[in-house]
Design a protein around this ligand. Structure first.
Ligand code: ACO
Ligand code: OAA
Length: 376
């Protein structure tokens, strides 16, 4: 009999040369480069090149790739109209999901059937660029503001900050966001990437794949946890309330957001980078209580459950300290992960096989005749 693993835990679903998640060691690398190295030496754009093209770019390739990404900084009029008329109190992840789906309507390269890899690569670059624009444009429009002029002189991180604030982004904020984007870019067979791969494996189009992924990332057990972390910190309010809060949650068998991971059991290697940034930023702001509360939560969860902080735990405090509205945290995750989703979609289609696992049937063991309706 085929082995059953609830939630597909421990099951290998495909091969990938993109990210290697070494859960036991607490290590993560993209195409053979540890994330610590990438964060120290590369821009997010270079990391996107690595994921999309399989190698780090040289200077000329990096410039050409940046140019290609920046050339895609526009949205079809139909999408802009939608973003202007979407409900102002909508969840930005819902707006993004529909926005990505709409992009497919305006891109005639988005075909079903046998993949055309060159066209798909172009769509992938376009998506990496446009997802960020959709998030920023909706954020401006919901406040009754115009989108600032599109610029070609700013990096992906800097341009997003420029668009959401309308102010020249500082080098420091740009660098911090750039690091966060790099750390979130790809992560093996996580739930949203799996969704994207399942969708395109039917030979549906890339926009359908990324739409599936956005919908999957939104959930609080996945990317949505970063927003849950700030809500939790605000609810706790003060350091002295942390212990009672955590104990209460555990007694009620409720989850603490940003803690635990299916694959990393000892350390999520992205967390120390984000923790360092969170400490620096809250210190500069003179608001160390956010990090003090976080540290106590992490300490208690390790003591009581042996669980550690995941990528969402400290990224929340980093974004909060940068003044980014809470409901844009998960969309920022989506902006970064679009690079990984699209790279994984391309990889899936280079050597495709339909995903079709089995179900362990637990219904009635015997089949029965259908009784007449008056006898049921
Ligand atoms: C980018 C990302 O997607 S990272 C993950 C983001 N999600 C979160 O931060 C949400 C909070 N965390 C969780 O819900 C889980 O840890 C997940 C979904 C990430 C991983 O889930 P699983 O691998 O199924 O966890 P698993 O069931 O093995 O957990 C083991 C035990 O720890 C408990 N546990 C796991 N995470 C938490 C948590 N955050 N708070 C409280 N208890 C937890 C489980 O309830 C379980 O307890 P039990 O043995 O008493 O039943
Ligand atoms: O890999 C996972 O299960 C969740 C995820 O996306 C991540 O940690 O980045």
């Amino acid at each position: 009999m085929t082995e059953y693993s609830k939630g597909l835990a421990g099951v290998i679903a495909n091969e990938s040369a993109l990210s290697e998640v070494r859960g036991e060691e607490g290590k993560l690398s993209y195409v053979g480069y540890e994330i610590d190295e990438l964060v120290a030496h590369c821009s997010y754009e270079e990391v996107v090149h690595l994921l999309h093209r399989g190698k780090l770019p040289n200077q000329a390739e990096a410039e050409e790739f940046e140019k290609a990404l920046r050339a895609e900084r526009s949205l079809p009029d139909g999408v802009l109209t939608y973003l202007k008329t979407a409900p102002k109190d909508a969840n930005p992840m819902d707006v993004l999901r529909t926005g990505v789906s709409m992009l497919g309507l305006y891109d005639d390269r988005a075909e079903i059937g046998e993949p055309h890899l060159e066209k798909l690569s172009a769509c992938a670059i376009s998506l990496v660029s446009k997802v960020s624009l959709i998030v920023a444009a909706y954020h401006r429009f919901r406040q009754g503001l115009e989108l600032p002029e599109i610029r070609k002189d700013l990096s992906e991180a800097g341009h997003f900050l420029w668009l959401i604030t309308g102010e020249e982004p500082s080098e420091r904020a740009t660098k911090i966001l750039d690091v966060a984007l790099t750390l979130h870019a790809d992560h093996g067979m996580n739930a949203s990437t799996f969704s994207a791969r399942v969708t395109v494996a039917t030979l549906s189009d890339i926009y359908s794949g990324i739409t599936s992924a956005v919908g999957t990332l939104k959930g609080p057990l996945h990317g949505g946890a970063n927003e849950g972390v700030i809500q939790m910190l605000l609810e706790i309010g003060e350091l002295e309330n942390v212990d009672a809060y955590v104990e209460g949650k555990l007694e009620r068998k409720e989850k603490i957001m940003g803690i635990g991971h299916r694959v990393y059991r000892k350390l999520d290697p992205r967390a120390p980078h984000l923790r360092r940034l969170a400490i620096e930023l809250t210190d500069e702001l003179g608001e160390p209580k956010w990090i003090q509360m976080s540290e106590r939560i992490a300490e208690l969860m390790f003591e009581k459950k042996g669980l550690t902080a995941n990528v969402d735990f400290y990224s929340a405090t980093v974004y909060y300290s940068l003044g980014i509205p809470t409901d844009l945290f998960t969309p920022i995750f989506a902006i970064a992960r679009t690079s990984g989703w699209t790279a994984q979609v391309l990889e899936q289609l280079r050597d495709n096989r339909l995903y079709r696992p089995l179900t362990l049937y637990v219904g009635p063991s015997e089949t029965r005749p259908v009784p007449p309706i008056e006898e049921r």
